[in-house]
Design a protein around this ligand. Structure first.
Ligand code: 2HA
Ligand code: ZN
Length: 270
């Protein structure tokens, strides 16, 4: 068996969470990531028949039976992951009943997956339906995104439009737009269902007064989406009340055309 602490997917989790922490997005235990792994790849590092313990899911994940994920733990701090991955991360496989997870590695202090596990697994199910190559669901609390969401109506078309109008990269990076959920109680199956519903149409979902979810085929894709929203929200907030130039809809459309992208319908007035 190879050393799991040197596995590329553990390295990726360490680097990404450290990066997000230093960007100021993940205070205390804020934020969580789940990353679907390839079974053959994981078997190089772990005996998949050796189950440390079973953890109740509290929701139905039949569609993910057998799938393996590396996940951040509940109550764990992103800032600590790089120094002690085996306490702060876990690798689980969804058991054959679709109702429990088999812990294969990690959470050595008796911990368990993030409180947002329902939203993560339900989002994986939703994204895999529209993109079989999706692997990553990322949740974080980026400051300017939350600030912009605080001063804008809960209206995903309006929010997406404002982002596209503020940065020429925005429509190119997320032509599928940004979904917006109203303020809800987090950590519940209800917010998981609502997030997954949005994830069938877009890779980005804002949770009002809380943070954002991003999805991607790779860690870079999910991170890059959130990073672009956050940069754009920063520009929006820095200029709020002083704006003179917004990007016209004709230019937004031309930018999308240039990259052969179709902006989600119902936003541009052209
Ligand atoms: O895990 O971010 O949404 C802490 C959170 C809850
Ligand atoms: Zn959160």
């Amino acid at each position: 068996m190879k050393n799991i602490l040197k596995a590329p997917f553990v390295e990726e989790m360490k680097k990404t969470t450290a990066n997000m922490y230093r960007l100021g997005w993940d205070e205390r235990n804020g934020g969580n990531i789940s990353y679907m792994l390839d079974e053959a790849e994981v078997s190089k590092y772990l005996n998949l028949n050796k189950v440390i313990r079973k953890i109740d899911l509290g929701f139905d994940a039949t569609e993910l039976i057998g799938r393996i994920f590396i996940v951040t733990g509940t109550g764990k701090y992103f800032k600590n992951i790089e120094f002690d991955p085996e306490t702060n991360l876990g690798i689980i496989q969804i058991a054959g009943d679709g109702k429990t997870a088999k812990l294969l590695w990690g959470w050595r202090d008796g911990g368990r997956f993030t409180s947002e596990f329902p939203a993560h697994m339900m989002s994986h199910i939703a994204r895999l339906k529209v993109d079989p190559e999706n692997r990553v669901i990322m949740h974080t609390h980026p400051t300017y995104t939350i600030a912009m969401n605080t001063v804008c109506p809960v209206d995903e078309k309006d929010f997406t439009h404002k982002l596209w109008q503020s940065n020429t990269e925005a429509v190119v990076v997320f032509p599928d737009g940004v979904g917006v959920l109203p303020c809800m109680v987090c950590g519940t199956n209800e917010i998981g269902i609502a997030t997954a519903e949005k994830m069938e149409k877009t890779r980005l979902v804002v949770w009002t007064n809380h943070g954002i979810y991003g999805a991607g085929k790779t860690m870079d894709e999910a991170f890059g989406l959130i990073e672009t929203v956050e940069k754009t929200a920063q520009i929006y907030m820095l200029t709020l009340g002083h704006t003179v130039n917004v990007i016209p809809d004709s230019i937004i459309k031309a930018l999308a055309d240039l990259w052969h992208l179709t902006p989600v319908e119902g936003i541009l007035d052209i």
